[in-house]
Design a protein around this ligand. Structure first.
Ligand code: OAD
Length: 247
């Protein structure tokens, strides 16, 4: 739990007066919406599934059906999930400042569904599909049990429009994220283990550029030792409490 005492004056003052705020989010912010994180010991997806079998181009080449089905299952869970108090607090924060950037590693689309406007998706979006050969976005596809749909243009298999291990991040998104963390006064780093690069390098870039880096997470992470502030607690509790202090 977080208490108001954890919010020191410098942090509150910076949040109140900043012209540009940014947030970097990870799977933890969607945990209270019922979506599993990746690396939490008992409940994380990577505790139950092997990323090498599901989240690499090689895995898709070996067994496209298994990969397609796993993402279809996660797409259903994401569609059924509802944004939580943490997502909603970040919408309110965006509305308070002249400029706000929400950089997310999440593919679930919950930030946009909550109402966040300037969202930078570093790892794609599970709601979208693209051609596995040409990368062309595909908006409609037919789902037949037991087969992976194909691109109507070139016949190649369709795949989720997410970033897999061994793949590059979308260049524009990474550039927008780097620009945001360089220019922001405060970077809130919410619900990420800060272990997956290049996203994990963003807090350090923010700090070197003069931002106050604030971790919001119930557990210690790779970032905890170097963050300027650590607010221990769930995003759905800490973020609304922080917001309440700004009024
Ligand atoms: P992780 O699963 O690595 O980390 C989730 C973090 O959320 C952990 O530090 C938890 O302590 C924290 N957490 C859990 N519940 C929380 C809550 N209620 N409020 C706040 N924090 C909470 O997820 P990511 O850091 O997002 O990439 O993982 C980064 C990338 O690795 C993902 O985008 C995904 C994954 O492999 C790909 O699939 C390419």
């Amino acid at each position: 739990m977080v208490s108001n005492a954890s919010f020191d004056g410098e942090l509150i003052g910076a949040l109140r007066t900043a012209r540009f705020l940014a947030a970097l989010t990870g799977a933890g912010i969607s945990a209270e919406s019922g979506l599993a994180t990746f690396r939490d010991a008992q409940t994380g997806l990577w505790a139950r599934y092997d990323p090498h079998e599901l989240a690499t181009p090689a895995a898709f080449a070996r067994n496209p059906q298994r990969v397609w089905d796993w993402y279809a299952w996660r797409r259903q869970l994401a569609t059924a999930a509802v944004p939580n108090a943490g997502h909603v607090a970040l919408v309110a924060l965006e509305q308070r400042v002249p400029e706000f950037a929400l950089v997310t590693q999440n593919v679930d689309g919950l930030h946009q569904r909550a109402g966040s406007r300037n969202v930078v998706e570093l790892h794609g979006n599970i709601g979208r599909v693209k051609c596995s050969r040409e990368g062309t976005p595909v908006t409609q596809w037919e789902t037949t049990v037991g087969s992976v749909p194909r691109c109507a243009q070139c016949g190649a298999l369709l795949r989720p429009d997410v970033v897999w291990f061994d793949e590059r991040l979308p260049e524009e998104a990474l550039a927008a994220a780097e620009d945001a963390v360089r220019r922001c006064r405060v970077l809130l780093v919410v619900g990420t283990s800060a272990e997956v690069y290049p996203a994990a390098a963003l807090p350090d870039l923010a700090r070197r550029s003069g931002a106050l880096v604030v971790e919001i997470n119930p557990s210690a992470t790779a970032l905890s030792a170097t963050a300027d502030r650590v607010l221990r607690g769930a995003a759905g509790t800490v973020l609304p409490a922080l917001l309440a202090q700004l009024d």
